[in-house]
Write a protein that binds this ligand. Structure first.
Ligand code: HEC
Ligand code: HEC
Ligand code: HEC
Ligand code: HEC
Length: 133
């Protein structure tokens, strides 16, 4: 029994460290900030994804709409899943095309927070689209 306890005491920190590493790497997968450089008639747009993740639920922004309801499974929000990218649904053939989808979502929310005079994000073209020299 005694030696088992010792092994346990040695293993405990190892297990904790491993758990932390797995936890952090899981968060890290989504935490990269995104830069949209899209079609380039305007400057590229920086989107601090991690900052937004801290204040909102994933499903506030990510969705799969069926009959007006968001049926997206949060487990599908994985890096390199093409189905979660906005443009996989919002394209030239859809009611709301790509640019509108981004504009409505980003500016819609920033404007909402501006109205209530809370901390918010940019709402002017040149504050989001930064032209690089
Ligand atoms: C809250 C940030 C934000 C604001 C404010 C904003 N945009 Fe955008 N805009 C985006 C995002 C995000 C995209 C889609 C990503 C991309 O460029 O690929 C986009 C896409 C576009 C595109 C199509 C992509 C391109 O480069 O051709 C145009 C054109 C555009 N915006 C013009 C405007 C104009 C004009 C205004 C001001 C009326 C404006 N935007 C305000 C974030 C913003
Ligand atoms: C404020 C809105 C918002 C919130 C909140 C948000 N996201 Fe996102 N996320 C986006 C946008 C916009 C993109 C870019 C989509 C695109 O490029 O079409 C994105 C991209 C992603 C990607 C794709 C990365 C890649 O390039 O493959 C993943 C994964 C992701 N989000 C996961 C999450 C998870 C998990 C949460 C909750 C913890 C979350 N998001 C919260 C708006 C948001
Ligand atoms: C799996 C498909 C799918 C994906 C992925 C998707 N959408 Fe949508 N979205 C829809 C559908 C369907 C509607 C309902 C309107 C319609 O029929 O076009 C909608 C509605 C919207 C609306 C208007 C309704 C509202 O919520 O105010 C916005 C804005 C929007 N999407 C932005 C986005 C953004 C930004 C992304 C990426 C983060 C995204 N969508 C990803 C399918 C999708
Ligand atoms: C659901 C609401 C919501 C959506 C959707 C949203 N934002 Fe924001 N955004 C905020 C709020 C709130 C802040 C202020 C956060 C703070 O300062 O604590 C913010 C801040 C920002 C900032 C400033 C960050 C800084 O360091 O000061 C940028 C840039 C930004 N958003 C870009 C975007 C873009 C681009 C999109 C769309 C792809 C987007 N946001 C979508 C709510 C939103």
């Amino acid at each position: 029994m005694k030696s088992n306890k010792k092994v346990g005491l040695i293993l405990l920190p190892v297990v904790l460290i491993l758990a932390c590493m797995i936890y952090v790497s899981g968060l890290y997968a989504y935490s990269e900030d995104i830069e949209f450089g899209g079609e380039k008639t305007r400057g590229s747009v920086a989107f601090p994804h991690e900052l937004h993740m801290g204040s909102f639920d994933c499903l506030d922004c990510h969705h799969d709409m069926k009959d007006g309801e968001n049926v997206l499974d949060e487990a599908d929000l994985e890096e390199d899943n093409p189905d979660i990218l906005c443009a996989s649904c919002h394209n030239a053939d859809s009611k709301i095309e790509r640019r509108e989808a981004f504009h409505y979502q980003c500016m819609g929310c920033h404007n909402k927070f501006r109205l209530t005079q809370e901390a918010t994000g940019p709402t002017l073209c040149g504050e989001c689209h930064i032209l690089k020299k």
